[in-house]
Design a protein around this ligand. Structure first.
Ligand SMILES: CC(C)(COP(=O)(O)OP(=O)(O)OC[C@H]1O[C@@H](n2cnc3c(N)ncnc32)[C@H](O)[C@@H]1OP(=O)(O)O)[C@@H](O)C(=O)NCCC(=O)NCCS
Length: 211
């Protein structure tokens, strides 16, 4: 990229700092990008409630390309990505993964899981993109749609397409923002569990939504 192009891009970014996102299903090739976004968003989300070393240990174990590739190989897994528009000066190259939702076979060993259940394992979006415009297939912003809502709508559609009748999830009892988001989307409290992050044992709530 030339110096002039960089200067021009800097001006564009300074005058228009709003980046848009589009949604698409992930493929196996997205596993490294998912690992990066998974670890980065986990760190951003939980610095206020977890020691740094436990966040690092958790991400090294659960947010690796191998772990995401393993999920993707399972027939019940669906991952939807929120991807930025191409970077300035790189219009032919895809943007970056800044959010995702992971739907998978339930991993809730202490909960009475039914064969028709599926789990919303993770929904994470970097805070900078939570109010970004969501573009449709034609590149037009979808009025009134926020990226997290678009991700949730996509995973509900995937769960229904898989023929499941209930969507389960676990979230930290102190994650009030996520809980408000889930309640607004028709999830109700269905149980509790403990969840390990590094050496920490967290108290989670389990929520369910009938599909
Ligand atoms: C969870 C997440 C996907 C939700 O997306 P979002 O764009 O923040 O969601 P919205 O802003 O639409 O909804 C958040 C709700 O929480 C409310 N809220 C915000 N801060 C809050 C707080 N501190 N306490 C209680 N409610 C709060 C908002 O008012 C809104 O509720 P409303 O629509 O009834 O007004 C997003 O916040 C995120 O990625 N968080 C970090 C990762 C995470 O925690 N994921 C869930 C782990 S299980």
């Amino acid at each position: 990229m030339s110096i002039d192009a960089i200067k021009s891009a800097t001006v564009n970014i300074a005058s228009d700092p709003i980046e848009s996102v589009t949604l698409r299903h992930a493929t196996l090739a997205d596993a490294p990008a998912l690992a990066l976004a998974g670890a980065g968003t986990f760190l951003e989300a939980f610095t206020w409630m977890l020691p740094g070393a436990d966040i690092v240990a958790h991400c090294l174990k659960h947010h690796t390309a191998e772990v995401y590739a393993h999920y993707m190989e399972h027939p019940d897994t669906r991952v939807t990505l929120a991807v930025t528009s191409p970077a300035v000066g790189f219009e032919e190259e895809p943007g970056s993964v800044v959010g995702y939702v992971l739907l998978c076979a339930p991993e809730l060993p202490t909960f009475n899981v039914l064969p028709t259940d599926i789990e919303l394992k993770r929904i994470y979006l970097f805070s900078r993109f939570r109010t970004a415009p969501v573009l449709d297939a034609e590149g037009d912003a979808i009025p009134g749609l926020r990226p997290a809502q678009a991700l949730l709508d996509a995973t509900v559609a995937d769960a229904r397409a898989l023929g499941r009748s209930r969507l389960l999830l676990g979230t930290h009892a102190g994650n009030l923002r996520a809980i408000a988001f889930y309640r607004r989307n028709g999830f109700t409290e269905a149980g509790t569990r403990t969840f390990h992050v590094g050496n920490q044992v967290c108290s989670d709530l389990i929520f369910a939504k009938v599909l």
